[in-house]
Each structure stands twice: as C-alpha cells, then as structure tokens.
Design a protein around this ligand. Structure first.
Ligand code: FO1
Length: 305
C-alpha cells in the first residue's frame, strides 16, 4: 500500500518512523512542514525536516525528540560566552547539518535536492520531502504581537496567548518536486499526530487539494498533548481541546480518524461527523509502539480501499 504521510516535528517523526518499519521504503513518502524554518547565526535551520530525518536515520536524541543523540554543545556554549544567543540550542553534530545545508543553499541548490542528498548520506530509504522549496514562515499572532514561530515556541516557551496564525509566503509557495506525484501515486494520505495549527495547516495550504482518502491521527489525548502547545492553542482560540476538536478541524478533508483509547467515550460524537474511526493506543513511548500504531492504521485503511 502506497502511503503519503504529512508530518511536523517530534510526534510526526515518531509515527513516520513506525510507518518506515512496516512499509517497503518505496511505498512511503513523508512530506514535512517547513513553516518552522528560520535563519539563526546566519544558518538555514529546518527543525521539522531534521527531526524527521534524524528519527528515520536512528540518530535522534531520545530525550528531546529533536536534535542528535549523544550530542555535545561546545560551539553554542562558546558563542554564548562571547555574547551570542543561546535560547535556540544548536548541538555540535547538528550544526554540521545546518552549515552544509546553508553552504549548498548559497550555491543555489534547492531544499529538496539538499534533503535528498542528506537522506542518501544518512542511509534513509524512504522518501522525505520538504513541503515546498520556497520559504513559508509561520507567524504566531499573539496578545503581545506577532511572533516568528521559533521566537514564540522556543524563546518565549509558548507563553504568549495565541490569537491566530499566518503562513507568510504560502500564496506563492509551490509544492516541492515530487509532492504532487507522491500524492497522486498514493493509496492514502495519513496526517501524523502533529500540531494541526502550526505543523499540518501549513502543509495543507501548500498542497491545496488531495484527491485521495485522508486519515488523521489525533495529537490530543485526554484533552492534552504529549508534547507541544496544540492543546493550549485550541484553548486560547476558544475551542475545548479534545480529539473531537481535532476531528472537526480536519472533517472536510478526512474520511477516517484515529484517536486514543482513553477518549473512547468520544467515538459517537466523532462518528456523527461522518468519519470512520479507529480507537487504539496512540501513545508512542517505545519503538514497538510506533510500529504497532503504524500497522493498526494500515489495516484500518486497508479495510476501506
Ligand atoms: N526546541 C526547543 O524547545 N529548544 C531548543 O533549543 C531547540 C533547538 C533545536 C535545534 C535544532 C532543531 O532541529 C530543533 C530544535 N528544537 C528546539 C525543536 C524545534 O524548534 C521544535 O520542536 C519544532 O520547531 C516544532 O516542531
């Protein structure tokens, strides 16, 4: 079964890793949000793309989910001692990725070409594509003014109350080469358990139309998120955070919805949105959890194709 997965950072990467374990590599394409990308210390940084690549390559830091395993921090600590900003922690190994990406971008290579080369170097078998080669920048509209995504997320620790979001550049951004083709060839598209507002919405804005069955996985479990501010964002936007809220968020686009067993009591309400449902364990503590969730979802999709 050919699958396209839409992913943001840590949660999306874990689920994509599960899919990579249960699908032949040629059957999986992961399309990754680049709305979180930014320039820092003059370097071009793609947090979600790197998180997905490091995770699929088995090089991700298991404690944070982002950055590299067995990382050291000499460069950023030395820069900080000289007065440089240290709020965004760039590890020594990770810096190699940003240096080489930036060098290639300055030469005129595209983000998708660079990602393809990096995936080869890291021996990643499945296809990982940035959503676009053109810059899209997520701006968080808050009660304290508009903040660039990493400024809001990392520097301000998601504290300012959210009023809305804007994806600068999205009107002119084209899907990266291979994105439309992968969707056209897919049997189904899976929306990973990533933040609907800031990880998945940018991808949906770029991709625009999907003429395939789409299945989404709720990143909200028991009214909370495992990681990140999705539940806080729903709350501040005046929506009670729940699996139902996520199902409503996507309901014009999806045919199936996957959510956690702790929310089993919400199944009737979700079914009434005209969605097929799969209630299962969606928490991914271990590698086995990732694989198991991926294979449950593939069986769920298979029953409807
Ligand atoms: N997240 C943090 O909370 N603090 C950091 O210092 C940080 C550094 C960082 C460096 C490289 C990278 O690829 C990701 C990094 N992240 C950090 C994670 C990242 O900014 C967010 O998780 C995503 O943008 C949201 O998906």
């Amino acid at each position: 079964m050919k699958i396209v997965a839409f992913a943001g950072g840590v949660g999306g990467a874990k689920f994509a890793h599960g899919l990579a374990h249960v699908l032949p590599p040629e059957d999986l394409t992961v399309i990754v949000n680049t709305g979180d990308d930014f320039e820092h210390y003059g370097l071009y940084i793609c947090p979600d793309l790197d998180t997905v690549c490091y995770t699929l390559a088995g090089m991700a830091n298991p404690d944070t989910g982002w950055g590299r395993v067995n990382e050291t921090w000499d460069v950023i600590e030395n820069a900080a001692r000289l007065g440089g900003p240290a709020w965004f922690r760039l590890g020594d190994q990770d810096l190699g990725t940003h240096l080489e990406r930036t060098r290639r971008m300055k030469e005129g290579q595209t983000l998708s070409q660079i990602t393809e080369d990096f995936c080869k170097a890291w021996d990643i078998q499945s296809m990982i594509l940035p959503m676009s080669d053109q810059p899209v920048r997520t701006m968080v509209e808050t009660e304290e003014g508009d903040l660039a995504f990493q400024e809001y997320f990392v520097h301000r620790r998601c504290e300012p109350r959210v009023r809305g979001f804007r994806f600068e550049g999205v009107e002119v951004a084209e899907p990266a080469p291979g994105v439309k083709e992968a969707i056209q060839a897919a049997d189904a598209v899976i929306i990973c358990p990533s933040n609907p507002w800031v990880s998945i919405n940018p991808i949906l804005h770029v991709v625009k139309s999907i003429e395939k069955p789409v299945i989404a996985i709720s990143p909200i479990i028991g009214g909370k998120t495992v990681k990140g501010p999705a539940a806080k964002m729903y709350h501040e936007l005046g929506i009670e955070p729940s699996a139902v809220a996520v199902a409503r968020h996507y309901c014009d686009l999806i045919t199936g919805f996957v959510f956690d067993t702790v929310d089993r009591q919400l199944e009737g309400e979700i079914k009434s949105l005209n969605l097929r449902t799969l209630v299962t364990n969606t928490l991914m503590h271990s590698h086995d959890d990732r694989k198991q969730l991926a294979s449950h979802i593939l069986s769920f999709i298979g029953t409807d194709l």
